[in-house]
Design a protein. Structure first.
Length: 95
């Protein structure tokens, strides 16, 4: 998502937001690019986290499989983990 954000929203400071919308087409385009690059080439991509360089292609394959099955109109990237989301949902339902 950070790779897409750097391209689609170049002025956006990712560390200051919690979520943003991604177009499914942008995910597919990024997937196709990622699978064609070597690890060293992926390392140089703007927004590429060096800790994820080796795992980004398998993760992208899984994302594309899900996208092909669900065919969403939009996808939201969120910086919170599933655990944080569950806690927020519990807190919101109890307020």
């Amino acid at each position: 998502a950070a790779i897409i954000a750097k391209k689609e929203y170049p002025l956006l400071e990712l560390s200051k937001i919690t979520s943003f919308k991604l177009k499914p087409e942008a995910l597919l385009e990024t997937h196709n690019k990622l699978i064609s690059l070597t690890i060293e080439e992926r390392r140089t991509l703007p927004g590429m986290d060096s800790d994820r360089v080796e795992n980004i292609v398998p993760a992208s394959i899984i994302v594309q499989w899900v996208m092909n099955r669900l065919k969403p109109e939009e996808v939201w990237q969120c910086s919170f983990s599933l655990k944080e989301g569950a806690i927020l949902q519990i807190l919101n339902s109890e307020l």
